[in-house]
Structure formats: structure tokens, C-alpha cells
Design a binder for this molecule. Structure first.
Ligand code: MG
Length: 251
């Protein structure tokens, strides 16, 4: 069932979103050759806890970290660890924070030092596909209008969208109804209404859309070994333009 959030819940979700976005920005600012992904995880946790919130991902279905850190051909759910980031890597960070019982969820893909022009293009198409998608995130549209807009934009640029993982509602649970796929025909799925909060999160592959899971049971990688990028914000549906609850802070 899709929850319509009350004004009070929306207030808390705005705060959760602000904290989550601050953690993403702090981690993103550290992405550079030489840092380990474990240090990025520690930074995410430190920032979230500094706001009096808790990392949403830590122990979620047994996930052992505060941050998902997915490098190069890793799509999502990368484990932070002793890997030292190298010049030219692209590093997707996905972070969630829970504040007063409500979650925020957001992701971005950051370059480590100088990256290839192709990697840069993949990151920018992924990010823009989110903005193309949320043009449809308006009261009265259907969920798959977002999906279709994301897919159309991504494929127009020669990339593919991951099918096996999708966006979702967000609230007092990290993952709620509805599912928000990044692909599909328009005009399907639930109708969007003011007070719904959803995470729109294109996962875009440089090559084909097929993915597989590593032996740790979590980390999703591209089957063809090519790059993948991720961009996500938690948004509020309103009577007008959607509001990005995890808006990147001004620099
Ligand atoms: Mg998400």
C-alpha cells in the first residue's frame, strides 16, 4: 500500500533528506585516489550520527555497512573495505539516514581524479536521466511515466538501464510501495498523488543491462564488466513541481 505522508511526516522526511544529502556530499568530497572505501563508510556514519540520525543501511537485511560504495563495474551494494581508490575510478556512493523514524535515500557517482571522457559522459547521462524522470513526477501522472522518461533518455545516449533493481517509496521504512522501475511503457502503475515520497534512482550501464551478484551475496556488478553509474534522490510529490528532499547542499 502506498502511504500518503502527513504534514508532520513530511517535516521529518525533509530533515532526514537533508542529513542524507549532507552525508552524500561529505563522502563525495573525499573521493580521490588513495582513500579507501572503508574511510568513506566511516565518514558517512560520522556525518549521519553527528546529526543525531542513524545509518539506514547498517544491518538492513543484514547489510554490514553504513554506505554502499560501488566502484567502476559495480552497480550497487558495493562493500566498503580496504580497496584504495585509484585515479580514473568512478565511485558510486549510496547512503540512507533515518531521523526520528523516517528515512532519506540518495546516491551519486563521483570521479576519482581525472577520469575518461566516456566515464564522464556516463555519469552526466545518469544524473540527467533522473531529472528527465522527475519531470513526470507530478500529481496525476503514473509511476511508469517516470520509468519511461528515464529509459528513453538513457537509451537515446547509447546506454542501458538496469532491470533487476528499481526505485521505491520511502517513509518510515526504507523501501515502501510503489516500485519505481527505470524502464517500461508509460501510463502504467499507480497514479502519483501529493504526499507520496519516492526514491527515483537510475542505475545506468555503459554496456548491456545484465547484472550478476558477487559471492558476498550483495554486490551487484555488470555482467559484461563495463562501467555502471547510479544517481538517486528522495522526492516528494506535491500539487506542483516535485520537491527533492535530498537536494545536494549548496557549495
Ligand atoms: Mg534507494
Amino acid at each position: 500500500m502506498i502511504q500518503i505522508k502527513s504534514a508532520h511526516e513530511i517535516k521529518l522526511m525533509q530533515e532526514a533528506g537533508r542529513i542524507t544529502a549532507a552525508a552524500r556530499a561529505a563522502v563525495g568530497a573525499l573521493v580521490a585516489p588513495g582513500i579507501t572505501t572503508r574511510e568513506l563508510d566511516e565518514e558517512a556514519r560520522k556525518v549521519i550520527e553527528g546529526f543525531g540520525a542513524t545509518p539506514s543501511f547498517l544491518n538492513y537485511n543484514g547489510f554490514p555497512y553504513s554506505l554502499c560504495c560501488s566502484v567502476n563495474n559495480e552497480v550497487i551494494h558495493g562493500f566498503p573495505g580496504k580497496y584504495k581508490i585509484k585515479e580514473g575510478d568512478i565511485v558510486s556512493v549510496d547512503v540512507g539516514a533515518c531521523y526520528m523514524g523516517y528515512h532519506g535515500d540518495c546516491a551519486d557517482t563521483f570521479p576519482a581524479g581525472k577520469i575518461s571522457a566516456e566515464a564522464e559522459r556516463l555519469i552526466s547521462v545518469t544524473r540527467q536521466s533522473f531529472y528527465e524522470g522527475i519531470k513526470m513526477a507530478r500529481e496525476g501522472q503514473r509511476v511508469s511515466d517516470i520509468s519511461h522518461a528515464v529509459q528513453t533518455y538513457v537509451e537515446k545516449h547509447g546506454y542501458s538501464v538496469v532491470r533487476d533493481y528499481v526505485g521505491h517509496g520511502v517513509g518510515s521504512r526504507l523501501h515502501e510501495d510503489p516500485e519505481v522501475p527505470n524502464f517500461g511503457n508509460p501510463g502504467r502503475g499507480p497514479r502519483l498523488a501529493a504526499g507520496m515520497v519516492i526514491a527515483v534512482e537510475p542505475m545506468v550501464n555503459e554496456g548491456r543491462f545484465g547484472v550478476s551478484t558477487l559471492s558476498n551475496g550483495w554486490t551487484v556488478v555488470t555482467k559484461d564488466g563495463k562501467l555502471s553509474a547510479h544517481y538517486e534522490n528522495t522526492i516528494l510529490i506535491t500539487g506542483g513541481d516535485p520537491v527533492i528532499l535530498t537536494q545536494p547542499p549548496e557549495r
